[in-house]
Design a protein around this ligand. Sequence first.
Ligand SMILES: Nc1ncnc2c1ncn2[C@@H]1O[C@H](COP(=O)(O)OP(=O)(O)O)[C@@H](O)[C@H]1O
Ligand SMILES: [Mg+2]
Length: 252
Amino acid sequence: MFPMDDPTRKSTSKPMLRRFIHHDKPIKYLEFLGSGAEGVVYRVEIERNVYAIKILVQKLGLFGGDHLPERSRHYTCPIAHEARAFARLDSVRKNGTWAVKCHGWMKLSTRQQQRPKAVLSFSRWAIVKDYLPNPVTLEDIPEIRRKMAIPRKALMYPIDTQPRNYRGSFLVDLGSVRTYPYPVWYRNEVRAFWSWFDKYVQEWEVSIRDGSVVEGWLNERFRAAIENRKIVGKVQEARKMELPIIGTQETV
Ligand SMILES: Nc1ncnc2c1ncn2[C@@H]1O[C@H](COP(=O)(O)OP(=O)(O)O)[C@@H](O)[C@H]1O
Ligand SMILES: [Mg+2]
């Protein structure tokens, strides 16, 4: 039986992501946290609470959906991925478990857009999340694996689970998560898409229990990312002290 055939499952056709309750309040930009293909993320203070705000890119790129009808195409851009994924987690009461806790969406006003100049080119659409200070460590991996059961049960397929998209054991970047139902990329088949999805995530889970190639692969990625961070740290230290950099690549 596919999970979507389970009669006890909560309806997933209606619920939408809530609007952030303080959407009309001033934003104090505290720190640039990072950016990628989809947007820019800042640590901010709003109404004396600290949050991470992700401001989405102006031109929402398509990720493989370019042959879809216009209407379906909107579902394949990062903000739709994030909004639908967080909304789904909320409706299954899993907000803040597998992924970082989400506080909702907002559209920045001109005044709220008085942010660092470098990001004025971004859109006004933003998603507000908890700020999580800790980067992922190897100790987080068992928990990360265990929690993969959450998206599977909620019919969500995370595509980009690279370590840099995690803080602690929480996924913070949901910009490429596909939430079922999702526009299909092949001809005839919601179901074909789903069995592919299911197989993929199931294998992921099996590997979590039994330790397989996937486990090794995932582990490798985390290990490599952590190593890389250490090397970058050493290079920066050496630069500060004006020491010659030996045995490390400048390019990392
Ligand atoms: N909630 C958060 N708390 C702390 N840091 C975050 C948070 N969200 C994102 N970041 C940092 O900002 C970076 C970029 O955010 P992300 O959502 O991955 O953007 P993109 O989709 O453009 O890759 C992340 O790799 C992470 O280091
Ligand atoms: Mg990212």
